[in-house]
Design a protein. Structure first.
Ligand code: 3PG
Length: 210
């Protein structure tokens, strides 16, 4: 049976967002995150390696919860599901993508950045959404304001989140998680600094336990 959104996000409050320029790094990054106490990651389809990386990570480390990010087309959506992605994240949405997500019963966080987009996502039954780009939209103030008309919605805020503001976002009642690339910066991946990625993950895990 397909997993439900709550089964996946129940114990997840930070999602590292990863864009790979090299396939051989994917398992090392995943292991570094797990060693640092984070067992989830979102691999974006911004580079050519995304789908294959999801497949390889999932087969080597089946216990990791893996999402496909920056999914913008039905083809990408279907390729990511086939590769074993546990969930799908999109920076925005189209009706076609929302319909596919709904009909395929795939856990999906459609991206929104305006109240109108929120309303379209709600028409398809989505009440957990990605807010992107959170900081540029007004961050905490935006989320507080949007709670008025949409009190039942929960957001995963991404775009400009760091270790310094993650906690503030997570303290809002309409934020269920945050995501960001700060845990897996390209400079650390390029220099193969797995221990440093592990330390960033540990720092985030510790912050969240406080
Ligand atoms: C995403 O797709 O969620 C964002 O690109 C992450 O944004 P960030 O790089 O500002 O963390």
């Amino acid at each position: 049976m397909a997993k439900k959104i709550d089964d996946i996000f129940n114990n997840i409050s930070v999602i590292p967002v990863l864009s790979l320029n090299n396939l051989s790094d994917s398992i090392n990054v995943a292991r570094a995150l797990i060693n640092g106490g984070i067992n989830v990651m979102e691999v974006t389809l911004r580079t050519d390696y995304g789908v294959q990386a999801i497949k390889e990570i999932k087969s080597s480390i089946p216990e990791i919860v893996i999402g496909a990010g920056t999914v913008t087309t039905p083809y990408q959506f279907e390729s990511a599901v086939e590769a074993g992605a546990d969930f799908i994240v999109s920076p925005g949405h189209t009706k076609e993508l929302l319909k596919l997500a709904y009909e395929s019963n795939t856990v999906t966080l459609p991206g929104v950045s305006t109240p109108s987009e929120v309303m379209v996502a709600m028409e398809f039954g989505f009440n957990q959404l990605k807010l992107f780009p959170a900081e540029a939209l007004g961050g905490i103030n935006f989320l507080k304001a949007i709670k008025g008309p949409f009190p039942e919605l929960k957001f995963c805020a991404t775009g400009g989140i760091t270790i310094n503001n993650a906690y503030k976002y997570l303290s809002l009642s309409n934020v269920f998680c945050v995501g960001g690339s700060w845990l897996t910066p390209n400079r650390l991946i390029e220099s193969k600094s797995w221990k440093d990625i592990e330390l960033l993950a540990l720092e985030a895990s510790n912050l969240l336990e406080e």
